[in-house]
Design a protein around this ligand. Structure first.
Ligand SMILES: [Fe+2]
Ligand SMILES: [Fe+2]
Length: 529
C-alpha cells in the first residue's frame, strides 16, 4: 500500500524541535541556542518539576497563556524531569558556553580603553578563537562573534534537532514556545536534522505524488510508527493552484505578514506562515494555493511569526531564492539569518542591505530600513522590502516602528510612487524580557523591561509614514489575528485593545485623505492591473 504513488494530506504539519522545544531562530544559531537552553528551557523545567501545580493552575487563566508555564499535566512531571536531566547531561558544553559568555562580558566591562591585546589570553577557554575583541569609537569594549566558525564547532548540535509530524484537523493548537514535546506526545517524532532531504521529499508530495515507503525509509520511520505514517497520505490529488495570467500583479493575503505577489513571470512570497487545509467556515488560502515553484521568499526579520521554520521547511523544496536581511556580528541578539537558513538546508539564501536593489524578472526588490520593534537592541537583521513588479510598487514594512519619521522623509524620492503600503501595527508589543531575556547575563530591572517593549507603529507614527511615502492604498497586516497562528501568538484582540484602536484610527486617517485602507483578516485578493 505504501508504494503506490500518493499525495501528502493537506492537513499534515511538521514541528521542528530543538531538545524537544519548538524551534525559532535563536534555537538554531550556536551563538544563542545555549543561552536559551540554559536560561529559559532548563529554568522552566526546573520550576515545573519543583511545582507542577503552579503551572497547571496558572494556565487555567487564559491571560497567562504564553507566560512562562509548561502546559503539561502534573502526571507528566517525571517525563519533564527526564528531559531536564537528559538536556543537562548531553549539553554540558552549552552550559559552559553560557557561563563563558557572561564571563567575557565581565572581562570586557573591566577594560578602560587600553589595548585589548592582553585580554585575549583571559578570554574564557571555550570562546578563544571564536571572538575578536574590539572597541567602539567611544572606547567601549565589545566582542565580535565569528558565528560561521561556531556553526562548525561542537556547539552546533544537529543531534539535538528532531521533527514531529502530525495531522492538524482544526486551528486550535496549544501555544508552543513554553512547553517541550515529550516522548509519547506524537508517534511520528523523528530524529532527523532540519536539513534532511527526506523533509523535502515528504512535502514535495503535497503537489507531486510520490512513494510513502521511500520517504519512510529516508526519514527512518520506525516500524512501530508505520500506521501513523501511512495515515499522512492519500490518493486524492490536492486542489490545483490557479495561475495568474494577467498583465499586472495579483496580490493575495495568506494571513499575518504572509503575502503572495504574482505576475505572469514571477512569484514572490513574504514571511511565510500558511494555514493547513481542513474543513472550516473561515475561508483562507492554504498550501494548495501556492505555486509549485515560489521564485522568491522575502523575510523581514527573525521574530518567529515572520521567520517561521515550521512553514519554511515545508516550502524549502519549492523556493528559488530566499532573501534575508544582513545581521550584525557584534550583537548576540542578532544571529545571522543567512546562516540559520543555509545550515538548515536552504539553497540560494541572499542577504539584502538597506537600499540595496536586487533585479528580479519584470522588476526588482529593494531593502528599506526597518527601525524599532527590537527593544533598542543592536539588531540589524530586519528589513522592509520594496517590491517593484509590472510597473507597480509595494512596500512590505512588517513591524517597522516609525520612531524617526525623518527617515521616511529621506526615503521619499528613493521609494517614488507607491501603490501599496503593508504595515504591521502591533503598537503594544511584549516586554523586552519576553523575547530577549535569556540573552542577558545581567538582571533586567522591571522599569527597563517595561520601557523597552517590542512595539510597532501606532496611528501617529503610521501617519508619519503616510505623510512621506504617500501610498495609493494601505493595508494593516501582521496583526497576529488569524486563528491558525494561535500556537505562536496567543494574543487575540477585541475592539478595546490598543492595537485595534490605533489601527482603526489610522484607517480613518487614510480614508480622510482619500486613501483606501483596510485591515485584512483571513484572506484577501487584489489585482493591480
Ligand atoms: Fe516583529
Ligand atoms: Fe510581527
Amino acid at each position: 500500500m505504501l508504494d503506490r504513488p500518493m499525495y501528502l494530506k493537506p492537513d499534515v504539519a511538521i514541528e521542528p524541535l530543538f531538545n524537544q522545544w519548538y524551534v525559532w531562530w535563536y534555537l538554531i544559531s550556536p551563538a544563542t541556542a545555549p543561552l536559551f537552553m540554559s536560561r529559559l528551557h532548563l529554568k522552566l523545567m526546573q520550576s515545573f518539576v519543583a511545582n507542577p501545580d503552579v503551572h497547571v493552575a496558572a494556565l487555567q487563566n487564559p491571560a497567562l497563556m504564553g507566560g512562562p508555564f509548561i502546559n503539561h499535566p502534573v502526571s507528566r512531571v517525571n517525563d519533564v524531569k527526564a528531559l531536564m536531566e537528559r538536556t543537562t547531561r548531553e549539553n554540558a558544553d552549552m552550559l559552559a558556553y553560557t557561563k563563558a559568555v557572561s564571563d567575557l562580558e565581565q572581562l570586557l566591562a573591566s577594560s578602560k580603553g587600553e589595548s585589548l591585546e592582553p585580554l585575549y589570553a583571559k578570554v574564557p577557554d571555550m570562546l578563544r578563537g571564536y571572538v575578536e575583541l574590539t572597541y567602539d569609537l567611544a572606547h567601549r569594549a565589545n566582542a565580535r562573534i565569528m558565528e560561521p566558525l561556531l556553526y562548525r564547532s561542537s556547539l552546533y548540535k544537529e543531534s539535538a534537532q528532531s521533527i514531529s509530524l502530525m495531522r492538524v484537523t482544526g486551528d486550535a493548537r496549544k501555544y508552543v514556545f513554553s512547553t517541550p514535546r515529550l516522548e509519547g506526545d506524537s508517534p511520528l517524532w523523528l530524529q532527523v536534522p532540519f536539513r534532511h532531504e527526506g523533509i523535502d521529499a515528504l512535502f514535495r508530495m503535497r503537489h507531486t505524488p510520490g512513494s510513502p515507503g521511500q520517504v519512510a525509509e529516508m526519514l527512518g520511520v520506525p516500524a512501530s510508527a508505520a500506521d501513523a505514517f501511512a495515515d499522512l497520505f492519500t490518493e486524492t490529488a490536492p486542489r490545483k493552484p490557479e495561475p495568474y495570467t494577467g498583465s499586472g500583479v495579483r496580490v493575495r493575503y495568506f494571513g499575518h505578514a504572509c503575502v503572495l505577489m504574482e505576475t505572469r513571470e514571477v512569484s514572490v512570497l513574504t514571511d511565510p506562515v500558511i494555514s493547513y487545509e481542513f474543513p472550516t467556515e473561515q475561508r483562507r488560502f492554504t498550501h494548495a494555493d501556492l505555486p509549485e515553484k515560489i521564485d522568491y521568499v522575502l523575510i523581514t526579520h527573525g521574530h518567529a511569526d515572520h521567520l517561521m521554520m515550521e512553514t519554511l521547511l515545508q516550502l524549502r523544496h519549492r523556493i528559488g531564492t530566499i532573501v534575508v536581511p544582513r545581521a550584525n556580528a557584534y550583537s548576540l541578539a542578532d544571529p545571522s539569518l543567512r546562516l540559520v537558513l543555509e545550515r538548515t538546508g536552504f539553497r540560494n539564501v541572499v542577504e539584502i542591505d538597506d537600499l540595496q536593489e536586487i533585479p528580479i524578472p519584470g522588476g526588482s526588490l529593494m531593502g528599506i530600513p526597518f527601525i524599532g520593534e527590537h527593544s533598542d537592541l543592536a539588531v540589524q537583521a530586519k528589513t522592509a522590502h520594496l517590491v517593484r513588479l509590472a510597473g507597480r510598487s509595494l512596500l512590505m514594512a512588517a513591524d517597522s516602528n516609525a520612531l524617526e519619521p525623518r527617515m521616511y522623509q529621506h526615503l521619499t524620492q528613493l521609494v517614488g510612487p507607491l501603490d501599496a503600503l503593508y504595515l504591521g501595527m502591533e503598537c503594544e508589543g511584549g516586554p523586552m524580557s519576553w523575547m530577549y531575556g535569556p540573552l542577558l547575563s545581567q538582571p533586567l530591572p522591571r522599569k527597563m523591561d517595561q520601557s523597552r517593549r517590542l512595539n510597532g507603529s501606532d496611528s501617529a507614527r503610521a501617519t508619519e509614514i503616510l505623510n512621506h511615502l504617500n501610498p495609493k492604498e494601505v493595508f494593516i497586516y501582521a496583526m497576529g489575528q488569524e486563528p491558525w497562528l494561535r500556537h505562536v501568538m496567543v494574543l487575540q484582540y477585541d475592539e478595546t485593545a490598543p492595537q485595534m484602536i490605533e489601527s482603526n484610527k489610522f484607517i480613518d486617517v487614510c480614508k480622510g485623505r482619500g486613501i483606501a485602507a483596510a485591515r485584512p483578516f483571513l484572506s484577501m485578493e487584489r489585482v493591480l492591473e
